[in-house]
Design a protein around this ligand. Structure first.
Ligand SMILES: Nc1nc2c(c(=O)[nH]1)N[C@H]1C(S)=C(S)[C@@H](COP(=O)(O)OP(=O)(O)OC[C@H]3O[C@@H](n4cnc5c(N)ncnc54)[C@H](O)[C@@H]3O)O[C@H]1N2
Ligand code: MOO
Length: 441
């Protein structure tokens, strides 16, 4: 048997990042830069006003105050986008808007609140230091300066700096093109009627959603029959264009586990029993001329989700050169459970709050790998080390969140508020955890 860490290391060892591409900025969101980017221009590009107000020479309004305001003639208006290139005459002012270019010779802005706002002759009732409310050219970035380093992931703020600098194209690690294939003759696509003994394919849509949520895209979500010749043909076809293939089902010990039969001995494929629960039967290898990484995940839906979180997500990160580190949160166990000896368990849990405000965890549904309803209400996977066979009530576990923490937090806050409202009228139960108690009463 192989440990989870050993299997993950063996997978990641074989993965190299996908191709570099140059893309329009609008298509690069979420991808990782493969080259440093320098700004071709100063940012701000030109000195401009930080306030709606009046551009002045600070010396001209020295001593101005509400008690002794200065009356200054206004040369005109400078709106944002004005490209005329104005100059400020001595003893004059220009009415100016936020973002508009500073007129030559002006060195400060008096904001409109410190004036009577007049458009021809303005009463200025405050003095200003040179530089007040002026955004200097290049104060943010100098032309030629690096604005982003290779390896940075392009999020919204990175899009903003690139767009500001006029960088219309960037060279990045391309998005990963994923093919998802469900196997098994019992499967019918959702939307089509199921016959006796048949079930709807849920792994395919779930894997497609997982891939999309991780920032990549599926180029094909389909089905492989339990027939070796068809599997081979279909796989060969996808290996010509996919960057990653994920199959589910057909890798255990069944007489019809055809995926395993076809792929045993192909490329660098290895079928392994990993010391984990669920997710024990795993296959991985590089296939075809393009050495495409292929995951063959076990068919049970919960096993698929756990395998994705533990092996596929880190592999997708490596393919796209994104940084990834598994992050868990500690939680106190509200009601304990058992764990199979010698296997690292990933137990579906809901997160609640205990009385001290820390996270608490309670099992979400039973342990069977086919139980999708419990999976759908789970907030995370409690990771129980292989050497532990029992998780005691009151002990601490590490939980891998399955949803963003901010979403879980928002739900807990909302439920806690609802509880407090209810508690005022009905009287609160002593010792009950605060926040969420789904299914507890
Ligand atoms: N004799 C043994 N039997 C099994 C063992 C074992 O060690 N010895 N391991 C069990 C474990 S653990 C798992 S996990 C499964 C893995 O089996 P396969 O990968 O071969 O998957 P299948 O047999 O094709 O399917 C398992 C289960 O999942 C359902 N399934 C499959 N694909 C989908 C799908 N796309 N959508 C929804 N449900 C799906 C399928 O109908 C089966 O019920 O093997 C155990 N057996
Ligand atoms: O290992 Mo299987 O994946 O328990 O359900």
């Amino acid at each position: 048997m192989t440990t989870v860490d050993e299997h993950l290391a063996a997978v990641l060892d074989q993965i190299t990042p996908v191709r570099e591409v140059t893309l329009p900025l609008a298509q690069a969101h979420g991808l990782v830069l493969t080259q440093d980017v320098t700004s071709p221009v100063d940012l701000p590009r030109f000195a401009n006003s930080a306030m709606d107000g009046y551009a002045v020479r600070a010396a001209d309004v020295a001593g101005a105050s509400p008690e002794s305001p200065k009356l200054v003639p206004v040369a005109g208006d400078i709106p944002a986008g004005d490209g005329e290139g104005h100059t400020l005459g001595e003893g004059m002012t220009w009415r100016i808007m936020t973002g508009a270019p500073m007129p030559e010779e002006a060195d400060a802005i008096v904001k409109v609140e410190d004036t009577d706002g007049h458009s021809h002759e303005v009463l200025i009732s405050a003095s200003v230091e040179p530089g007040t409310h002026v955004r200097r050219a290049g104060e943010d970035v100098r032309a030629g300066e690096r604005i982003l380093s290779a390896g940075s992931r392009i999020g919204p703020a990175q899009v903003a700096v690139l767009a500001s600098a006029g960088v219309a194209e960037v060279t990045v690690r391309d998005a990963v093109r994923v093919v998802v294939l469900s196997t098994g003759d019992e499967l019918v696509p959702v939307g089509e009627p199921v016959g006796p003994g048949q079930i709807h394919d849920s792994n395919g849509p779930m894997l497609a959603a997982l891939v999309r949520a991780a920032g990549h895209y599926t180029t094909h979500v389909g089905h492989l029959p339990d027939d070796e010749k068809s599997i081979k043909k279909e796989l060969d076809h996808h290996l010509t264009s996919a960057d990653l293939v994920i199959t589910s089902g057909g890798v255990s010990k069944g007489a019809y586990d055809a995926v395993k039969a076809v792929l045993t001995g192909a490329g660098s494929m290895e079928f392994t029993e990993v010391d984990m629960q669920p997710g024990k039967p795993q296959g991985f290898g590089l296939l075809g001329r393009r050495k495409v990484p292929v995951f063959t995940l076990p068919g049970n839906p919960v096993s698929v989700l756990v395998s994705f979180e533990v092996f596929v997500r880190p592999a997708l990160a490596r393919l796209s050169e994104q940084r990834y580190e598994q992050v868990t949160v500690p939680a106190v166990v509200l009601s304990g459970w058992t764990s199979p000896a010698g296997r690292q368990q990933y137990h579906r849990v809901r997160l609640l709050r205990d009385v001290s405000g820390a996270y608490a965890a309670e099992p979400a549904g039973g342990p069977g790998s086919h139980l999708v309803a419990g999976l759908a209400v789970a907030d995370g996977l409690a990771i129980v080390p292989a050497e532990e066979s029992e998780v005691l009530t009151g002990s601490q576990v590490q939980v891998l969140p399955l949803r963003p923490l901010w979403e879980i937090e928002a739900e807990l806050a909302q439920e806690s508020a609802t509880d407090q409202d209810g508690a005022e009228g009905a009287g609160s139960e002593a010792g009950r955890p605060r926040g969420r108690h789904r299914g507890a009463s």
